[in-house]
Design a protein around this ligand. Structure first.
Ligand code: AMP
Length: 585
C-alpha cells in the first residue's frame, strides 16, 4: 500500500474530534487493507511501530529530526530551527520545507507503508559509534521520497507524537465495524455521524471478544490480523502467553469503606494496599521474567525478587501479580515507594542496591497457572491457588494480608491496621470478580485516607529567564480524556521552592528529563511529549476557561514523580469532574 493513502486517513482523522466519525474512517480503511499490510497499518494508526508489549521504542529526539530534515531538504539547521520556533510542530515544519524542495527533485520514489514501517523499526536497533548518522539517514531517506503531507506524519511518528486522536477504544471499535459489520447490523449515518441502536446492541458481544483478545496479547495488529483471517474463531486462537507482559488490572477509588462495599458487594475481600510498585512475575521453561505495570522488563534490576520467586513459588509456569514494598533493614518497617523507586531504572551496582534497599514481594493475584488462563476465574479461586503455590517467608515473599468480611466495624479496624503498618490504605475486592486488565472495572476498589491527589502528565513547559535561563521554569499539566485519548490541560506548576518542596526532585532534574521530549518550541513555550507523570496536590479545583479541560488547580504542588506510571494512567477528566463536584458538597 502507498503511504499516501495512510497519510490521507491521518488527515481526515485530524480534521474531526468526533469519536464515531474517527471509528468510521478507520473501519473503512481497514476493510480495504490487505492482510499483509494490516498489522503495520494498525500500529501506524496508533502512531507506533512496535506493539505495547514490546519494549523497543523509536527513541529519537527533536534535534535528530531537525538534522534529518536538513539532510533531506538541504536547508540549514539554523533555518529549520527558526521555522520550528515559529511554527511549533516539527511535522509541519518538514511539510513546509519539503514542499520547497520537491519542485527540484522529480525522481523520488513513491513511498510505501512497508518502507516507512521498516525504516522506523530499524531506528532503535542502531547503537554505538556512527549510529546517530545512520538514524538521520534512515529518516532523511523517507523524507526525500515523501510528499509534504507525508513528511508531516513521518516526522510525527518518529517523534512518537502523532496527534490524530486515536484511542485504544477507537481502534477496537473500528476492528469490529470493519470485520463484523454484518454481524452487528452496522448502520452508520454519515450525515449525523451516528449509528443505529441495533448496531449498538449487537456490538457489545463482538467488542468484548475483540477486547478480550487484546487483553491477552496487547497488540491490536495481531488481533486485527486474526479477525481478518478467521473472524471470531481467529480471536479464540489468541492465547495468553507466559513471558509476554500483560496490562494489569487497575482499581478505582472508593470514597470510603461503605462506598467500597456498595461497589463490590458484601462480603468482600479486604487487603492491605501496599505502597510499593507493581511487579508481574512470569515463569516459563524454568526462566523467570519480571515486568513493571508499564510492561518494562526489570528482571536484571531485581535479583533478590527473582531469587525468592524461584525458590518460593511452586509451579512450572505462571504469571503472578504483586507489589514489591521497600522496608527498613534495621527497624523492619515498611518504607514509602520513593525510597525504592530508584531501583527500577538502575543499570549498575545492582547487587549493592538490592542490599541497601531490600523489598518484600506481596502477591495478590494470579493471571496464568500452569498454562491455563485464570482471568475468567473468580477472585477467591485465584487466591486459593496462590495460597497453595506460595511458600510464604516474611521480608521475602508473602500473600497480600487479607480478611473476608461484610462487617463495617471489622473492615474499619483492618483499614486502621494497614495505615498503622505504614501502608496506604486498603483494597476491597469482589469475591467472584474476574481479572480484567485496564481500569473502569468494578472488580476491586481502593480506599485511601489522604485528600485525593492527581496524577498529571507534563505536556508543556516554559524556559526560564535570568538566573533560570536554560532551565524549564514551569510545567503545563494535563489530565486525560479516555474516550479520545487526548490530554486536556488543567494548570501549571512552577518550579519554586514551595512548589517542589519535599518531592525529592529538583527543577534541574526535571529539565533534563523533559529536554529530549520537546516536540515544539514557540518563543519560551515548549510542547512536550506526554510521557512524564507527576503527582500533584492542590488546594482546590476551580472551573476555568483558560485550560482545555475546563478546570484549573489552585496552588498546585508537586508531591512526587510517578515514574512507575505511563501517560495512559494519568487521571481522567471524569475523575477531576467528580472531585470538583464532591468538594462543592
Ligand atoms: P494506585 O496506584 O493508587 O492507583 O493504586 C493501585 C495500585 O496499588 C495497584 O496498581 C498496585 O500496584 C497497588 N497495590 C498495593 N496493594 C495491592 C493489593 N493488595 N491489591 C492490588 N493492588 C495493590
Amino acid at each position: 500500500m502507498k503511504y499516501s493513502e495512510l497519510a490521507m486517513v491521518y488527515e481526515s482523522l485530524e480534521s474531526t474530534t468526533k469519536r464515531l466519525e474517527k471509528t468510521w474512517i478507520i473501519s473503512r480503511f481497514l476493510k480495504k487493507t490487505s492482510i499483509d499490510d494490516l498489522p503495520p497499518i494498525i500500529l501506524l494508526l496508533q502512531g507506533r511501530v512496535f506493539p505495547t508489549w514490546d519494549e523497543s521504542k523509536i527513541g529519537v529526539a527533536a534535534r535528530m529530526v531537525l538534522k534529518a530534515v536538513n539532510v533531506a531538504s538541504g536547508i540549514s539547521v539554523e533555518k529549520i530551527e527558526s521555522e520550528w520556533k515559529k511554527i511549533g510542530d516539527i511535522g509541519k515544519v518538514a511539510e513546509k520545507l519539503i514542499d520547497k524542495k520537491k519542485q527540484k527533485t522529480l525522481f523520488s520514489q513513491e513511498l510505501s507503508v512497508s518502507k516507512v514501517f521498516n525504516n522506523l523499526r530499524k531506528l532503535p536497533e542502531l547503537e554505538g559509534q556512527g549510529s546517530v548518522d545512520q538514524k538521520v539517514q534512515l529518516i532523511a531517506e523517507l523524507l526525500t521520497s515523501s510528499t509534504p503531507i507525508e513528511a508531516r506524519y513521518i516526522i510525527r511518528t518518529v517523534l512518537e507524537d502523532l496527534r490524530v486522536g486515536v484511542a485504544d477504544g477507537t481502534i477496537r471499535d473500528a476492528i469490529v465495524w470493519a470485520f463484523f459489520e454484518k454481524d452487528i447490523n452496522l448502520n452508520y449515518d454519515e450525515k449525523e455521524k451516528s449509528i443505529n441502536p441495533e448496531s449498538r446492541e449487537k456490538y457489545n458481544e463482538y467488542s468484548e471478544a475483540v477486547q478480550s483478545a487484546y487483553n491477552v496479547c496487547n497488540d491490536f495488529s495481531a488481533v486485527a490480523e486474526a479477525v481478518k483471517k478467521s473472524g471470531l474463531e481467529g480471536l479464540g486462537k489468541i492465547k495468553l502467553r507466559t513471558g509476554k507482559p500483560i496490562k494489569v488490572m487497575l482499581y478505582q477509588k472508593a470514597t470510603g469503606i461503605e462506598n467500597a462495599f456498595e461497589r463490590v458487594g458484601k462480603p468482600a475481600a479486604l487487603e492491605f494496599k501496599y505502597d510499593g510498585f507493581r511487579i508481574q512475575a512470569h515463569k516459563k521453561s524454568g526462566k523467570i521474567i519480571l515486568y513493571t505495570r508499564r510492561l518494562e522488563e526489570v528482571t536484571k534490576q531485581f535479583p533478590d525478587v527473582l531469587e525468592c520467586v524461584k525458590n518460593n513459588v511452586r509451579a512450572d509456569e505462571f504469571i503472578i501479580d504483586s507489589e514489591a514494598v521497600g522496608f527498613d533493614q534495621k527497624t523492619g518497617k515498611y518504607l514509602p515507594f520513593q525510597s525504592i523507586s530508584q531501583r527500577i531504572k538502575r543499570k549498575h551496582n545492582i547487587d549493592e542496591m538490592a542490599q541497601k534497599f531490600p523489598v518484600e514481594l506481596n502477591v495478590f493475584d494470579i493471571v496464568s497457572y500452569n498454562g491455563k488462563n485464570m482471568m475468567k476465574e473468580p477472585y477467591l479461586k485465584r487466591r486459593d491457588i496462590l495460597e497453595k503455590m506460595i511458600k510464604q517467608e516474611p521480608k521475602k515473599i508473602l500473600l497480600a494480608k487479607q480478611i473476608i468480611t461484610d462487617d463495617l466495624k471489622k473492615a474499619e479496624k483492618f483499614y486502621k491496621q494497614s495505615l498503622d503498618a505504614g501502608e496506604e490504605g486498603i483494597m476491597v475486592k469482589k469475591l467472584d470478580g474476574i481479572y480484567k486488565p485496564g481500569s473502569r472495572v468494578g472488580f476491586g476498589v481502593k480506599v485511601k485516607p489522604v485528600m485525593e491527589t492527581l496524577d498529571l502528565v507534563i505536556v508543556g513547559a516554559e524556559w526560564g529567564t535570568g538566573k533560570r535561563s536554560g532551565w524549564l521554569s514551569s510545567f503545563i499539566l494535563a489530565c486525560r480524556d479516555t474516550d479520545t485519548g487526548e490530554f486536556l490541560e488543567i494548570g501549571r506548576v512552577g518550579t519554586g521552592i514551595k512548589e517542589l518542596e519535599g518531592s525529592g526532585v529538583t527543577f534541574e532534574q526535571l529539565t533534563e528529563m523533559l529536554k529530549p521530549l520537546i516536540t515544539e518550541e514557540k518563543g519560551r513555550i515548549v510542547k512536550i511529549k506526554p510521557r512524564i507523570i507527576i503527582e500533584i496536590n492542590y488546594e482546590e479545583i476551580q472551573k476555568s476557561p483558560t485550560y482545555s479541560s475546563g478546570y484549573a488547580l489552585r496552588f498546585p504542588r508537586l508531591v512526587k514523580l510517578r515514574d512507575d506510571k505511563g501517560a495512559d494512567e494519568a487521571s481522567e477528566i471524569d475523575f477531576v469532574e467528580d472531585l470538583y463536584y464532591n468538594q462543592k458538597k
